[in-house]
Design a protein around this ligand. Sequence first.
Ligand SMILES: NC(=O)c1ccc[n+]([C@@H]2O[C@H](COP(=O)([O-])OP(=O)(O)OC[C@H]3O[C@@H](n4cnc5c(N)ncnc54)[C@H](O)[C@@H]3O)[C@@H](O)[C@H]2O)c1
Length: 274
Amino acid sequence: MAYNLLKGKKGIIFGALNEQSIAWKVAEHAVEEGAEIVLTNTAVSIRIGTIGNLAEKCHTVVIPADATSVEDLETLVDKAMEHFGGKFDFVLHSIGMSPNVRKGRAYYDLDYGFVEKTLDISAVSFHKLLQVLHRKDAINDWGSIVALTYIAAQRTFAGYSDMADAKALLESIARSFGAVYGASHHVRINTVSQSPTMTTAGTGIAGMTDMFDFADKMSPLGNATADDCANYIITLFSDLTRKVTMQNLYHDGGYSKMGLSADVLRTYIAGKEK
Ligand SMILES: NC(=O)c1ccc[n+]([C@@H]2O[C@H](COP(=O)([O-])OP(=O)(O)OC[C@H]3O[C@@H](n4cnc5c(N)ncnc54)[C@H](O)[C@@H]3O)[C@@H](O)[C@H]2O)c1
């Protein structure tokens, strides 16, 4: 059901690769809620993924940009402003990639060239984006910017490797830039810490299926899906959350507040008795 929460609002959505992507669901929900959007991803992801189908469905364009390139981000923001006929109201940063995770490098054996790429793609790209938006004064007053993160920024998860460090940096950038952008333009910046989700990036993490099941059993409400996540992000883009900024907001069915659930304990005992 749509509530017209984003009627008259315009925004850029990064990171829709295919139908499983969290950004894909956010794009669909944003348009259902009355927003006009521009989609973006890297040239390679546009080629290998199915973002063209999403653009058709959302009656919009896809503008290629590598989020690690300030030049690409400048061109993207200029073109989006041209497309919208002026400033816009929201941005979703839904970007993550670690070559160390992809190549199965253990945390005690990281390749530092890969670490630089992980941090640049998954965290520093957020600062680059915010700096370009701020410099170009591209966001309307009381606009909203959201980036996606994971609880591995606060607690250690086997297999998440240097992505944990990238997410900690991403959340810090959201806080630090949130202070600047809030004071200068009333623009809010938050991160949403999402449950494990079966997407291309998600399934790249070693042991993802078991991690997904464990989180699902641990969370009183069960794992939040990509669709649930999109609904939450829509509220953050809407005028209903105008005073929420610089926060890391858990969207995880209660997982982050749990120590041990009865369900996980039962599974552990059953495993011991085998
Ligand atoms: N899937 C999960 O379990 C989970 C949980 C919590 C948070 N997240 C976060 O959600 C976000 C979206 O991931 P997803 O799970 O939807 O997976 P996904 O693979 O669908 O999306 C990741 C996107 O990042 C894009 N990307 C990679 N390098 C880029 C670059 N240089 N410039 C621009 N875009 C680039 C990819 O093209 C892709 O569209 C990521 O930040 C991820 O860490 C995912």
